[in-house]
Design a protein around this ligand. Structure first.
Ligand SMILES: NC(=O)C1=CN([C@@H]2O[C@H](COP(=O)(O)OP(=O)(O)OC[C@H]3O[C@@H](n4cnc5c(N)ncnc54)[C@H](O)[C@@H]3O)[C@@H](O)[C@H]2O)C=CC1
Ligand SMILES: O=C1[C@@H](O)[C@H](O)[C@@H](O)[C@H](O)[C@H]1O
Length: 335
């Protein structure tokens, strides 16, 4: 069976996902594309030979659209996800599920009222081979009970539209989800520390930031978010347990020795760093839709929980205080 996919938001990652769904993923075909920028929509629709539809609402209701991929800007995700649930259509929504945790609660309520899972969130690190190996080792007790984690999330640069809150809302949200998943634990507090800012940033931006998180079990996590590091796209993660440590491997690439040095190239962008993870993520999503298996990927609960943490982190950045993180009770639906 081939499912018809409608994509909303034909920007950078929207184009990546349409190419991927057209050239890599089996069992799915992009049938329609919508964007407030009709030229972008036309360019991206052409990759798949899909139709351009001039509004997200019409796309969601379209007869050739069996499932929806949302790659629009974070603040508009909530209404688009809710419209998909109202139409009873499965929806893969890029992270963050919402930028405001209250909207996440509305999504949880709507999905439970529908009665079965429709929503998957694009936390692709759960599909990265290195992170999956770490998860297996931690779950098997390979490092003992996790006590700490040290993470770094470095981008070479960001555009002027990127603001200080996005360091957690849009960037560290990946570590928030990955660590919730790796440690099987929820966060209870957050603090954001501001080191000296780099001169290589737009004036309005606080960069870097150090996000300090505490989990319910008492583990402590530090995440360095540095989005103008200049030298590459560099993702680091080390979990320290009672009996050992486990570190995320760098992407496999040749080590070059010469001129009195040995080293390897650093990946320059996230589409290259996580290309394989994006492939696995969308293939597994497509396979579950085609097989009628229940969705197994990151759920609306995971999207909601991550946004509660990042909303608290924004308050922590503004106040300089340690901010408590309070989740609503997890519904049995998301057990
Ligand atoms: N999983 C990952 O690693 C990544 C996830 N993302 C996420 O994907 C989303 C999009 O990011 P980018 O592609 O980098 O942004 P972008 O700015 O390149 O593209 C967003 C597109 O959405 C369109 N759009 C905005 N509001 C719309 C609306 N109401 N209806 C229809 N179209 C609308 C814009 O015109 C634009 O073409 C964000 O949520 C971002 O956080 C982005 C990059 C990597
Ligand atoms: O999701 C992503 C972007 O939206 C975000 O802006 C970047 O900082 C992240 O590295 C990338 O993975």
């Amino acid at each position: 069976m081939t499912i018809g996919i409608g994509l909303i938001g034909a920007g950078w990652i929207g184009e990546e996902h349409v190419s991927r769904l057209t050239n890599v993923i089996t069992g799915a075909r992009v049938t329609a594309v919508s964007d407030i920028d009709l030229d972008r929509a036309a360019k991206v629709a052409a990759i798949a030979g899909a139709r351009v539809i001039d509004s997200p609402e019409k796309l969601i209701d379209d007869a050739e659209v069996d499932a929806v991929v949302i790659t629009s800007w974070g603040p508009v995700h909530a209404e688009q996800v809710l419209a998909c649930i109202a139409a009873g259509k499965p929806v893969f929504c890029e992270k963050p599920l919402t930028t405001d945790a209250a909207d996440g609660l509305r999504i949880l309520e709507a999905e439970q009222a529908h009665g079965s899972r429709l929503v998957q969130v694009g936390f692709m690190r759960r599909y990265d081979a290195g992170y999956r190996q770490m998860k297996q080792i931690i779950d098997a007790g390979g490092v003992g009970a996790p006590l700490m984690a040290h993470c770094a999330h470095r981008n070479p640069s960001v555009p002027e539209s990127y603001h200080s809150g996005m360091a957690t809302l849009d960037t560290a949200v990946h570590e928030v989800d990955a660590l919730r998943w790796l440690l099987d634990d929820e966060f209870v507090s957050v603090q954001v520390v501001k080191p000296r800012s780099t001169s290589k940033r737009f004036e309005h931006l606080t960069d870097p930031q150090i996000v300090l998180l505490e989990t319910a079990a008492g583990a402590r996590i530090d995440v360095e978010v540095f989005v103008n590091c200049q030298y590459g796209y560099d993702i680091q993660c080390e979990v320290v347990g009672e009996t050992g440590t486990v570190r995320l491997p760098d992407p496999a690439t040749p080590v070059v020795r010469g001129a009195a040095q040995a080293g390897f190239a650093v990946v320059q962008d996230f589409p290259s760093r996580f290309a394989a993870a994006f492939d696995v993520e969308l293939q597994e999503w497509t396979d579950s839709l085609n097989s009628d298996r229940a969705l197994a990927g990151p759920s609306a609960w995971d999207g909601y929980a991550a946004t509660v943490v990042t909303n608290a982190a924004v308050r922590a950045l503004e106040s300089g205080q340690i901010v408590p993180i309070e989740l609503t009770e997890r519904p049995a639906f998301y057990a």
